[in-house]
Design a protein around this ligand. Sequence first.
Ligand SMILES: [Zn+2]
Length: 387
Amino acid sequence: MARAPGSAKALLERLVAFDTTSAKSNLALVGFVRDYLAGFGLEPTLVHDETGEKAAIYVTIGPSVEGGVVLSAHTDVVPTAGQAWSSDPYRLTARNGRLYGRGSTDMKGFVATVLAAVPDFVAAGLARPVHIALSYDEEVGCLGVRPLSRHMAERVPTPQAVIVGEPTGMAPVNAHKSGYRIETVVTGREAHSSVPAWGVNAVVYAARFVAEIERLGERLAALPATDPRFEPPCATVSVGEIAGGTAHNIVPSLCRVVWGIRGLPHMDVPALVDEMRDGAEARLGAEMRAQGESCGLDTRIVSSILPLKPRENSPAEPLIARLTGSSAMAAVSYGTDAGFFDAVGWPSVVCGPGDIAQAHKPDEFIAEDALTDCAGMLARLAGELSG
Ligand SMILES: [Zn+2]
């Protein structure tokens, strides 16, 4: 048995030092976690991606029976490029009760606190298991949790709850929106700009399509709010990227619009996208094709993050209420890995230390108190599963 490592703070220092920006490999961090867990006689499982450069890792502490609790987090972080940091983002820096570093809040602070609780979980003589599940590529579309959740669902006895430790300030969350990334490619025809009518201006049609996206957003905002807990309480659209054209004197033949819809949990977003595609086809596509056969618009969903749908009588809710002392369930507008665990039939909630307002920003920090609160929750969890 390895010597018990230090506190959550010391572990957080180690975790922050691994640059696990989503574009990079996370294997060094996963190797560290694997060795740490093995030091307690545990046998973690790695689930690699197809490149072999990334892996998810999970482990079961306690008996392999139903009714356990999964503590879930992602290992990747968002880039620091272009951000003005007051200290090295990959070197945990303590100032005034706060721990600064990339991922301190989102969400290595939670990972560190969970790892620091491992010796207590091992010593607790659990009657039902704690499972720790760490994914990759959450920040670029919840990619790692997809194979991880499927892999675990086939091998791990059904838990009563998955707790995804995203920074909610330890407030239990039982619902979040879906997130769809959508791409519309507008194909026109090039011409000399001195006679614009010889061409079909892809940028102009893209602009008209963007105006239609705006109108969709207005329509969604006008729908009656089915869940006023969301901020805002409606589905939203956002145009994130637009690129087209090469010079002022060439009628552009190509324009690409990348946009998104954040849907309410029970909303059929693909049907909305179909509606947009059909509407654009009728209003813009037909007009474009009348000027040239190969002209038109093509809209497709590039990727999607599943929503977390509140469940009737979810066994996760009374559990998280006992652990946090808060029976009020909140809803958030950002996506998490929770929707994918929920989709394999595992009741899921989101609850973790820190403030989402800190996430993705320069000088990201987590308050030391927040880690202490989280450690308290994990200690209560050990008690809950020992009985
Ligand atoms: Zn996160």
